[in-house]
Design a protein around this ligand. Structure first.
Ligand SMILES: *[C@@H]1O[C@H](CO)[C@@H](O)[C@H](O)[C@H]1NC(C)=O
Length: 155
């Protein structure tokens, strides 16, 4: 009996230790203000379902906000969502979503169904949600939010 209890405790400890790295790797999206510099822009509210992106599965985003620095122009202002590989700083291929606004209401709400690209796990990835306009190959943010998708184990 004593041996059985000992083995059970050992087994429970082993299972706990084994489960830890997987839990660290699976992130729940948690959006906050973007950490980019430049002209002022507003913070977006983002709701994501499901809250943990899985490669090859869509995430449904509801993005809302109230712009105080810029004005939305139909067919010119757009919602752009992408995943960034934080090791290279590049966008993850096949992961950029674009949708132009069809009205100029402010405050606004816009929805997007975005296919999650292949994420280079366990590398750290950041998800960017931006409302803005393209100007000479630059995306000028009117509103922005970002969330960590995956962190390196131990972070
Ligand atoms: C997933 O998102 C893509 C891109 O927006 C869309 O074309 C596709 O219909 C969506 N699939 C599902 C099952 O919702």
């Amino acid at each position: 009996m004593k041996n059985f209890i000992f083995v059970s405790i050992l087994l429970a400890l082993l299972l706990t230790v084994n489960a830890a790295p997987f839990q660290l790797n699976k992130r729940v999206l948690n959006f906050h203000a973007c950490l980019t510099h430049g002209p002022p822009y507003d913070v977006l509210n983002v709701r994501a379902v499901p809250r943990s992106p899985v490669s090859g599965v869509n995430v449904s985003f509801t993005v809302s906000g109230s712009l105080t620095q810029h004005v939305i122009t139909r067919h010119r202002t757009l919602l752009e969502i992408w995943y960034q590989d934080d090791v290279t700083g590049d966008r993850i291929p096949g992961g950029t979503y674009q949708e132009y606004f069809t009205n100029s209401a402010n405050p606004f709400t816009i929805s997007a169904n975005v296919l999650t690209p292949h994420l280079p796990r366990p590398r750290q990835t950041t998800l960017f949600v931006v409302v803005g306009e393209h100007s000479q190959a630059h995306l000028i943010p009117f509103g922005c939010a970002q969330s960590l998708v995956d962190a390196r184990p131990g972070r």
